[in-house]
Design a binder for this molecule. Structure first.
Ligand code: ATP
Ligand code: MG
Length: 320
């Protein structure tokens, strides 16, 4: 089995996955409540919490799988990108566990991890495919040609799609993290109530900052009781604009390269309207959309692992 460890942002996660891609356990401890009152993740608070949680989370992942460290043949860990202090906690834990058992260590890129959420049982996807990765920190269109071979076709010029959801939720007074809240509230609203713009930028890139400003203008002139009454319509219209921007780009890219298979991964892949708008796409399973360690263990199957003990000096990286 492969032990996966993920601590790049505010989820402390560990999972056990077989070399064939079956998930034996997948433990995610979210710190969202801890950061909610700040309206976003506070990096130093996240690192300290990872430090408290990582031991119990790894133990729980082993227990859930009915396994011990004797059953682990490789440790996979997120090396970056993410919050550097948070990443270092996971990396140091992975090094210590691998070193204590003389095991190899597989450093995993977090974004490749999101893509590798598609490679797990019971319904694994095989490259090649066109992949939309939409998360809290990234919005990428990827031409995935092999398990360790992907090319960036487009990216966001400003905010990530998940960031647009989170910032929109804050403007609507919905708290953090906001994507799921907007998704829930949008179901009660009229998506045609507001005509929010979808930015047209050249090529296959994305832009969401203008949309966020449009929502700001729509909300700031409303008296508080009016905002309460229009909140669901605003959420539905705002979500519609984000989803439309994503889906249009995916379609353009798929047509342009003649891609027959399209996949969607990352936290925003959990969005119900986006899932409904791409009925033929391979969608990451809901529990594997937001950060988790099963996807990191999955990606760890396809990277060249560093042999014991050559990884002890390995560093984390904050951005790609
Ligand atoms: N149902 C949903 N609808 C829309 N957005 C959602 C939904 N559920 C979660 N999200 C968004 O997904 C994001 C979190 O996803 P994820 O955990 O993949 O991102 P991250 O790890 O913070 O960023 P990155 O992977 O780029 O480093 C948040 O922005 C959150 O609002
Ligand atoms: Mg992520």
């Amino acid at each position: 089995m492969i032990l996966g460890i993920e601590t790049s942002c505010d989820e402390t996660a560990a999972a056990l996955v077989t070399t064939g891609g079956a998930i034996c356990s997948n433990v995610v401890s979210s710190q969202a409540d801890l950061h909610a009152r700040y309206g976003g993740v506070v990096p130093e608070v996240a690192s300290r919490r990872h430090l408290e949680l990582i031991g119990p989370v790894v133990r729980e992942a082993l227990a859930d799988a009915g396994a011990t460290l004797d059953d682990v043949e490789r440790v996979a860990v997120t090396q970056g990108p993410g919050l550097i202090g948070a990443l270092l906690v996971g990396l140091a834990t992975a090094k210590a566990l691998a070193w204590s058992r003389g095991l190899p260590l597989a450093p995993v890129d977090h974004l490749r991890g999101h893509v590798a959420s598609l490679y797990l049982e019971p319904d694994p996807l095989e490259p090649p495919f066109l992949c939309l990765l939409a998360s809290g920190g990234h919005t990428l269109l990827l031409d995935v040609r092999g398990y360790d071979d992907e090319h960036v076709l487009g990216t966001t010029l400003d905010d990530a799609a998940g960031e647009a959801f989170d910032k929109g939720a804050r403007l609507l007074g919905l708290g953090y993290p906001g994507g799921r809240e907007i998704d829930r509230l949008a179901a009660e609203g009229d998506a045609g109530a507001y005509d929010f713009p979808v930015a047209r930028v050249p090529g296959l890139d994305f832009s969401f900052s203008g949309l966020k400003t449009a929502l700001l203008y729509a909300t700031r002139d409303l008296p508080p009781e009016e905002l309460g009454a229009r909140r669901a319509d605003l959420a539905a219209s705002y979500q519609r604009a984000i989803v439309r921007a994503l889906v249009e780009r995916v379609r353009e890219a798929a047509n342009g390269m003649g891609a027959t298979r399209v996949a969607v991964v990352g936290g925003v892949a959990a969005n119900s309207e986006l899932r409904a708008a791409l009925p033929d796409a391979a969608l990451a399973p809901l529990p594997l959309c937001t950060d988790n360690a099963a996807m990191i263990a999955s990606a760890g199957r396809f990277v060249r692992a560093l042999p014991y003990p050559s990884y002890l000096g390995l560093d984390a990286y904050a951005s790609r």
